[in-house]
Every structure is written in C-alpha cells, then in structure tokens.
Design a binder for this molecule. Structure first.
Ligand SMILES: Cc1ncc(COP(=O)(O)O)c(C=O)c1O
Length: 484
C-alpha cells in the first residue's frame, strides 16, 4: 500500500528504466519506425482498472516492452515525418528531473530558481531573434505551437482592442480580422474561433509560386475589409509551413503591418529555429520586426514534447491579455520577474524549459548551427535526387529540410496523380521501416519527406530513394498490366 518505495527498489527500477532507454537510443539509427502494416492492428484495450497493484519491476518491464516493441518510433532516424524530432538525450534526463522535482511554474514563490532558468532561456531566444540592447521583450513557455499561436493572437487582440479583454469582442463594435497564408497552420483557425472572433475572421490569402502568401493580395484583403467596416488587427507570417516549409516574406508583411497599424505575429514554430544559425538566419529575415513570435523547440530544436514558446516585444501585452489578481497565489517579496500565471494561458505549469537549457549548456548553440546546416544540405541533395530521378518531380520549392515531390505523370489528371502519390506512400511505409506522408500543397497532391532527426544521414536517404524507386516501378508495372 502507498506509493513510496525503499531506496533499493527505487534504484533498481531507475537503473532498469535507464538501461532500456539507453538500449533504445542505441537502436534508433537502424530502428524501424513501426510494425509492418499487417501487424498494426491494435484491438481496443479493455482491461479493467487494477484494484490492487502488481510487482513494479514486472509491470515496468511489460510496459517498456509493449511501448518499444509495438510503438510508433518518432525518434527513429528513418522517420521522415511531420515536425517531430529525435529528442536529445540530455533533454530526456531533464524531463525525468523535472518530473521528480515537480517545480510549480505558475508562481515565482514556488519555483524561484526554475522560473529564473526559464526566463534566462526566454532571454537567450529573444536575443537570437535580434531583440537585444534597446528592445524590451518577454515571453513564456507553452505546451507547443498551438498554444503559442493562440497566445500571439490573444496578445494582438488585447493590444489593439484593450477593452475587449473585460467587455468581450462584441464591445469592439465591428468584426476584427486576421490575415495569413492559405498554407498557415490550422491552430490559427482554432485560435480565432476560441477568441470569439469566429473562424471566418481568419482571411487565408492566396500564395505565390514560392508558396508564400502574396503581400499584395494581403493588402487587397485588408483594404476590402476596411471598406466593409471590419477591423483588421493582425497579420500572421509563417516561417516554415507545415506542408512544404515555405517561409513568408516576413519583412514585406512587417512593412504592411506597420503601414496599416496591425500586429505582426510570426508563426516560427518550425522554421523560426533558423535564428540559431549564423549561416542560415537570413531564411527568416525580418523576424525581429515581429510583435510576437511562436517557436517550438519540440520541432527543429530536438526537444521531446512539450516545448513551445511565445515571445513578444510588448511585455505589457502579456499581462493585458492574461493578467488576473488572486488572493490565494503565493507572493514573493521584491519579485524580480512576473508570475507565469499572469502572462500565459496555463495556470499550474510544468517546467518545459529545463530540457532546452540543459541541451544548450551541454552542447551549445553551435550544435544547432551544425544540425541546421547538415539537415539543409541533406534535404537539398534529396531534392537534387528528385530532379534527376526520372520517376518524380518537385511539388514545391525546397527551402527548409522538407521536400515535396510528385510522381511524374505528364498529362495525367490531378486525381490520378494523387492516387499514384498515395499508392507510393502506402507502398513505402508498408513494411514499417521508414515513414513519409502524403499531403496537399497549394491544392496539389504531393509526397512529403522531411529530415527532422539529428540521426538521419545520407545512407538513410539513399535507402528511402531506393524504396521510392521500387514503389514507383511497381505502380507503373501495375498500371501497364491493368491497361493490357
Ligand atoms: C507551422 C506550425 N505552427 C504551429 C503548429 C502547432 O504546433 P504544436 O503541434 O506544437 O501545437 C504546427 C504543428 O505542426 C506547425 O507546423
């Protein structure tokens, strides 16, 4: 009975776990991402809740085996997936430490040092944005990009319509509107909906051939809304779209935002990480002009979930949007920073920053410089392979380590190309060894691969290319035999 273990048991369980995690990490360069298709049939789990416990070592062993033997392995070097990385090992250790110490990040009074460490990380990131010296800024860690984007738009709303925080959006007296790329992330739809603006208040604007939102069309949309009596209040620039990794022209959108008195939020959940590279930070040129920025260390910066950040160079807006006064939250005498519960969506909050802090302390910024450069080179060489493959063609420009490509089917209807792309993704992922996906970019079907694991090397891409070529050959042979 009870949850406590004696010292010996704690050690034994801990060592058992760390040995397995260590073994798991050793396996990642070669580990299949998941089980072969025919074995991926997990029935509903129907066990009853245990009334009494069982032997801890046995249960731990069972659960570890289940999760590792049957799980989906995002950290594998063969996961060319959405934006989820292999976590750094020290981040894994940091997560265990955070769970053990369980700092309560809601208030400074119960997390003095933890809150300070977090603030230091926020400062490091803001300085990489370029907000050092004269620009005041602040920010807070979030559960991820969804919460950070929501926060960015909440800040914009509170800043542009201060009365709306207390009196509601109806007090604005007109429809507030937001402008973003047609390829921007759907957390923005959720955000405007949850802020009470209505999902239609998000104007998804058409793109140019580089899959960037067209600033001229954004301006047209703003003018139309003004003429209709609406109240434009924010533009969202995306730095690294989910589908193709396209980066909007942030500087042009910043200029537009300034001209019309709008808030500029940059959704840099993925591509914002380019600020960690001296060589490639030009990719997000203009990011320093943003009023607020989303950045997700659990994407390009190799952190385990959850780690997002919202940064703003209008610190007061954080308090305007999220500040509340309570009698029960403990106070600190002479506080050196504001309590997190007053500047963010969350209340009780875990320390999502320690893993990033520890990774930076152990590996340094230059490790990210190297990661970003290497992954960009790998993706560029994969794009070169696509161009010369004879079977595929690029579906969008490769800007970040994401490559969109399509089966070459000259003259074929879009629906047939889509069916072929999907069949190839299915074939390549059937044995579970590697993972790629299918999506649409600018309404066209594409196969999507992404270099996201720091363990992925040229040889993994060569194996993927071989699998893609074999799948394309198989698809063509089947099509010929269907016609015969
Ligand atoms: C561009 C972009 N913004 C925001 C998000 C949402 O981030 P999260 O999944 O961390 O909530 C994503 C998720 O992939 C994304 O790609």
């Amino acid at each position: 009975m009870g949850f406590d273990f004696d010292e010996k048991t704690r050690r034994e369980l801990g060592y058992k776990l760390i040995d397995q995690v260590n073994e798991y990490f050793s396996s990642l360069p070669e580990r299949p991402v998941q089980l072969p298709l025919e074995q991926r049939t997990f029935g509903a789990l129907t066990d009853r809740m245990p009334e009494v416990g069982d032997d801890a070592a046995r249960v731990l062993e069972d659960v570890i085996r289940e999760m590792i033997d049957k799980g989906f392995h995002v950290p594998s070097a063969n996961y060319f997936g959405l934006m989820n990385p292999t976590p750094t090992y020290v981040a894994v250790l940091a997560e265990a430490l955070v769970a053990a110490i369980n700092p309560q990040l809601a208030t400074l009074a119960r997390s003095q040092l933890a809150s300070k460490i977090e603030k230091e990380v926020v400062r490091w990131i803001g300085e990489r944005v370029g907000w050092n010296g004269t620009t005041a800024f602040d920010g807070t860690f979030t559960s991820g990009g969804n919460e950070a984007n929501f926060s960015g738009l909440a800040l914009a709303l509170a800043h542009k319509f201060p009365g709306a925080v207390e009196d509601g959006v109806a007090s604005i007296g007109a429809q507030p509107t937001v402008y973003a790329s047609g390829e921007s992330h759907h957390s923005l739809d959720k955000s405007v909906g949850l802020l009470g603006l209505g999902r239609k208040s998000l104007r998804r604007v058409e793109l140019n051939e580089r899959v960037q939102v067209d600033p001229g069309l954004v301006e047209d949309a703003i003018k139309q809304d003004l003429a209709a009596g609406h109240k434009p209040f924010a533009i969202v620039a995306t730095a690294g779209t989910t589908n193709s990794g396209a980066i909007d022209d942030i500087a042009a959108l910043a200029e537009l935002a300034q001209r019309y008195g709008l808030w500029l939020h940059v959704d840099g959940a993925y591509g914002g990480a380019a600020i960690f590279s001296e060589k490639h930070r030009g990719l997000v040129r203009g990011i320093e002009k943003a009023d607020s920025i989303t950045l997700d260390p659990h994407k390009w910066l190799s952190m385990p979930f959850a780690a997002g950040i919202i940064l703003t160079r209008h610190p007061q807006a954080l308090e305007d949007a999220f500040g509340v006064v309570t009698p029960y939250m403990p106070r600190t005498k002479n506080p050196t920073q504001i309590d997190n519960f007053k500047i963010g969506v969350q209340w009780s909050r875990r320390m999502n920053s320690l893993k990033f802090y520890l990774t930076l302390r152990v590996h340094g910024r230059k490790a990210y410089e190297e990661l970003i450069d290497r992954q960009l080179r790998l993706a560029a060489s994969f794009a070169d392979w696509v161009r010369g493959s004879g079977s595929f063609e690029l579906g969008a420009p490769q800007v970040l380590p994401i490559v969109n490509f399509r089966v070459q089917m000259p003259g074929a209807a879009e629906a047939d190309v889509e069916a072929a792309n999907q069949a190839i993704v299915e074939e390549v992922t059937r044995d579970g060894v590697r993972w790629i996906s299918h999506t649409h970019v600018n309404r066209r079907s594409v196969i999507r691969m992404m270099v996201i694991s720091y363990l992925t090397e040229e040889r993994h891409l060569t194996q993927l290319q071989e699998a893609l070529t074999a799948a394309a050959d198989k698809f063509r042979a089947a099509a010929v035999s269907r016609r015969a």
